[in-house]
Design a protein around this ligand. Structure first.
Ligand SMILES: NC(=O)c1ccc[n+]([C@@H]2O[C@H](COP(=O)([O-])OP(=O)(O)OC[C@H]3O[C@@H](n4cnc5c(N)ncnc54)[C@H](O)[C@@H]3O)[C@@H](O)[C@H]2O)c1
Length: 441
């Protein structure tokens, strides 16, 4: 832990319930429950200093959430590949006044911007670049003794996951704290529903169906005046080395809930997927626009039957939208989506609120853990859910059935050997069954 965080630990830190101001625009854009009541940390006056690596939509939103979590939090360093993103983040955070004003000497740009942010003393760093960079940034943050808020997903390939898991062990060894951006784990409706599951309200958990079906997201057309690397990073959603594909980038949220309900990660999977609608390689890179995965989970103790989760992710305009998790037990069914949780079966139960704003709660929980010196390390948990999504993508791209052990041990490393603006051939669209090398597309 940083020396500064150690200072805070000696202070009393009391949780109180209070209404919280919603940060101008920034939070509203990312928070479905922006107006919900949530706890605000209150303590002896002492700054909680936060650095941000990746100042796009989510990095800016998370910076606002960190400030909302505590009257004593402030942003002290900003880092982004592109200078204009820092300018835009500062404008987005301007309603927070001097709590978000960062002097130019503590704003950093370029591929080494993360090192600049880590050079500024702070209590935690927010990591919110495209996830391909996350293992590099996270392991550097932990090596520098920083607590971290790490956005999901936390890697795009098995090599990155192994890096994250190694760093997760270091988090504990160094007595650091890490919260992950899988915000459902911090939302009261989800927490209360999982408490019901643990208390047996749906009996033995036997299956799950998890969905993120929607239209397409934003894209940035390539500019011939820019290098391949710059074009790909600016259009990062559509390049697997940066985003992991949408099954990893977005659907990880829902897969994480299947893992939470099952109490573990799957042992194998089979998957299908492809691109039918988003076929323009300039606009949409090489990723798929739909996936369906059958995950097999190990039996629960005292029962030999394997358990299964269907996972479905689609990004196609004009198709039926569905973002939810459905958990099946031997005595009932739990349906979950942000702000809503309902059990039907032998027990009928519904979450009636009040609900919280999970995007702010993540920071309240992290700040409390830092200040109180209580343990919080969500690294392995979010790494496991990210690995499930990666395994699903590997199975869909290749047409292979994969075990968890084989997928996790796979040497795939999608990061280009040298990180600089320059030429970089776009990866081909994966063709299942064509060759085992598709595992590394
Ligand atoms: N938890 C959630 O609900 C949620 C919501 C949105 C996004 N996210 C996650 O947050 C992360 C960022 O997503 P976003 O929507 O903010 O994307 P974004 O494109 O708006 O922001 C990414 C920022 O990172 C910068 N960047 C790229 N490479 C960098 C590097 N090597 N070093 C420093 N900066 C770099 C970009 O210039 C950009 O400003 C992703 O992992 C995404 O999956 C999570």
């Amino acid at each position: 832990m940083s020396a500064h965080a150690g200072d805070i630990n000696r202070r009393d830190f009391v949780k109180a319930t209070a209404a919280t101001m919603v940060g101008a625009g920034v939070l509203g854009a990312f928070s479905p429950n922006a107006r919900a009541a949530h706890r605000v940390a209150a303590r002896g006056r002492r700054e909680i200093r936060v650095g941000v690596i990746g100042c796009g939509g989510r990095g800016t939103g998370a910076a606002g959430n960190a400030i909302e979590a505590s009257p004593d939090a402030r942003i002290v360093a900003l880092g982004d590949l592109f200078p204009e993103r820092i300018t835009r983040a500062q404008a987005g955070l301007s309603s927070f006044g001097d709590r978000a004003q960062v002097p130019p000497a503590q704003c950093f740009t370029g591929f080494d911007a993360y090192q600049g942010v880590l050079s500024v003393p702070c209590d935690y760093v927010i990591l919110a670049t495209p996830p391909g960079f996350r293992p590099i940034h996270f392991s550097a943050a932990i090596a520098a003794g920083r607590n971290a808020f790490v956005e999901k997903p936390v890697a795009v390939d098995p090599t990155g996951i192994r890096t994250m898991l190694a760093a997760a062990a270091e988090v504990d060894a160094k007595n650091l704290r890490v919260a992950a951006g899988t915000q459902r784990r911090h939302e009261w409706s989800y927490l209360e529903a999982m408490k019901q599951v643990r208390q047996g309200a749906i009996g033995r958990v036997v299956a799950a169906r998890v969905f993120w079906n929607m239209g397409t997201l934003w894209s940035v057309a390539p500019d011939p005046a820019r290098s391949d690397v710059e074009n790909q990073v600016r259009n990062w959603l559509y390049h697997t080395w940066l985003s992991g594909d949408h099954i990893v980038e977005q659907h990880v949220h829902n897969i994480d809930i299947a893992n939470w309900a099952m109490g573990t990660h799957p042992v194998r999977c089979v998957a299908v997927g492809g691109r039918q609608v988003r076929t323009d390689i300039n606009e949409f890179g090489h990723i798929f626009d739909h996936f369906a995965v059958d995950f097999e989970y190990p039996p629960v103790e005292g029962d030999d039957s394997p358990r299964f989760a269907l996972s479905m992710a689609r990004q196609q305009d004009g198709t039926a939208g569905r973002v939810e998790e459905v958990i099946y037990g031997s005595k009932g069914v739990l349906r979950l989506s942000p702000g809503s949780a309902r059990i039907t079966g032998e027990t009928d139960w519904m979450f009636k609120g009040p609900n919280n704003n999970p995007y702010v709660q993540e920071h309240i929980d992290l700040q409390n853990a830092i200040v109180n010196g209580t343990p919080l390390n969500e690294t392995a948990q979010v790494a496991a859910s990210t690995m499930c999504a990666i395994m699903g993508r590997m199975a869909a791209y290749s047409g292979s059935e994969l075990t968890w052990d084989d997928a996790l041990a796979h040497p795939m490393n999608l990061m280009p050997p040298s990180l600089q603006f320059g030429p970089l051939q776009q990866a081909p669209v994966a063709m299942p069954g064509k060759s085992a090398s598709q595992l590394s597309s």
